[in-house]
Design a protein around this ligand. Structure first.
Ligand SMILES: C[S@@+](CC[C@H](N)C(=O)[O-])C[C@H]1O[C@@H](n2cnc3c(N)ncnc32)[C@H](O)[C@@H]1O
Length: 194
């Protein structure tokens, strides 16, 4: 089976969808391929939004357990407003159509926690500030089992993310291996070795 951008997954109140509709299938195909290669048993994601990346991961590994966290704070691609419905409601509804094992926790501000669920794959896509990314990397690293993978994107798209990731990698160079993956926005895939 290969990745499918599922039309029914499109969140009706996702206004940015129009702008990105030609772009999403390839972007999420990359997420699918990375996850397929790792083949995790448990996936933890910071930054669920409407569940598009969650869907890609679960298409790749349908028997994996997925645990997502989102602050629903209107920041970094999120939505907040008097009449705004949380994107995560949509993610829950859509993912429930399939035989997946999914838990979505919101609102949870990842900056206010130091540990998340134990997993062998973490996708960090929440707070995109330099400090936010470094905090989330600490949290995921501390929560992860040995040999776990940590994936973070927007390396070539948001300078703060790039700065945070490379500063964090310098501090943790003895306990992490990593590879840069050339994707639409630049991904770094890390492995916890200590
Ligand atoms: C770029 S979107 C995630 C997109 C999603 N991973 C996907 O590809 O389908 C970022 C998400 O992170 C959430 N977020 C922002 N700051 C956060 C924080 N401090 N803790 C947890 N989630 C946060 C936002 O609410 C938003 O839904």
């Amino acid at each position: 089976m290969s990745y499918q951008w599922r039309k029914e997954m499109q969140c009706p109140w996702d206004k940015s969808f129009k702008k990105y509709k030609d772009w999403y299938p390839e972007y999420y195909k990359t997420k699918y391929e990375i996850c397929k290669k790792i083949n995790p048993g448990t996936i933890v994601e910071i930054g669920v939004r409407a569940g598009y990346s969650a869907d890609a991961f679960l298409q790749a590994c349908p028997t994996a357990t997925y645990i997502g966290y989102d602050a629903d704070n209107g920041q970094h691609g999120g939505k907040k407003g008097l009449f705004a419905k949380p994107y995560m409601e949509w993610a829950k509804k859509h993912l429930a159509l399939y035989d997946y094992n999914v838990t979505i926790n919101f609102p949870v501000d990842s900056q206010k926690v130091d540990t998340l669920a134990l997993a062998d794959f973490y996708h960090i896509d929440g707070d995109h500030s330099k400090e936010g990314v470094m905090h989330d990397l600490d949290t995921c690293y501390n929560s992860a089992e040995l040999g776990a993978h940590l994936l973070i994107d927007d390396i070539d798209y948001i300078d703060d993310v790039k700065d945070g990731v490379y500063e964090w990698l310098e501090i943790h160079k003895d306990s992490i291996t990593y590879e840069y993956i050339e994707t639409k926005r630049g991904d770094i895939l890390m492995k916890k070795i200590k």
